[in-house]
Design a protein around this ligand. Structure first.
Ligand code: FES
Length: 182
């Protein structure tokens, strides 16, 4: 899709990102990243990396939000996001599992969660299963440290995960074709 002013408007100028408490923590993390970079346009790549870690991919709402934050033309942000192959503008797999590997989550067993998912779903972190059913991504911190270890399953933040609970979600995706995290 070409990035136009009309597209930006119809995508809500980032307002859709603020729906629901789950979205808020990630949005706060993204806002904190832009603030830490003093809203410098030069920080665009770093901010896009953070956004992709948090959300799994960069949709138009996110790109517009970032453009506003860094005071860049949305077309420039879109251009950069599409130029580099490591950015994805849509989910690669039908389902996306982002496991937080930030400090709070790590000390509470996030690495075990990742290993469990990798083994169960026959997938490696950063990859999408051959059948396209799911992608597995790691993030540094998704702003939900109070419920560590945390993950984001198809956009829904889930906390206090155990290997059994997270595999339960993934199992539902792989066996039942469920579109949402339970
Ligand atoms: S370290 Fe995982 S949510 Fe902050």
């Amino acid at each position: 899709m070409e990035f136009t002013a009309t597209a930006a408007k119809t995508q809500g100028n980032g307002r859709g990102l603020t729906k629901g408490p789950a979205a808020d923590s990630r949005l706060k993390m993204l806002a904190a990243t832009m603030k830490r970079q003093q809203y410098q346009p030069d920080a665009l790549i770093e901010v896009l990396h953070t956004a992709q870690e948090l959300y799994g991919y960069l949709d138009l709402d996110l790109l517009v939000y970032i453009a506003h934050g860094l005071k860049l033309p949305p077309s420039r942000v879109y251009g950069v996001a599409t130029f580099y192959h490591f950015f994805s503008l849509k989910p690669k797999g039908k389902h996306t599992c982002v496991v937080c590997m930030g400090t709070a989550c790590y000390v509470k067993g996030a690495a075990t969660l990742v290993k469990t998912i990798e083994d169960y779903a026959d997938i490696r972190t950063g990859e999408t299963r051959a059948d396209g059913s799911m992608s597995l991504i790691q993030a540094r911190c998704i702003g939900a440290c109070g419920i560590a270890p945390a993950a984001v399953l198809d956009g829904t933040v889930v906390g206090n995960q155990t290997p059994a609970s997270i595999v339960g979600h993934v199992k539902g995706w792989l066996e039942n074709g469920s579109d949402r995290a339970a």
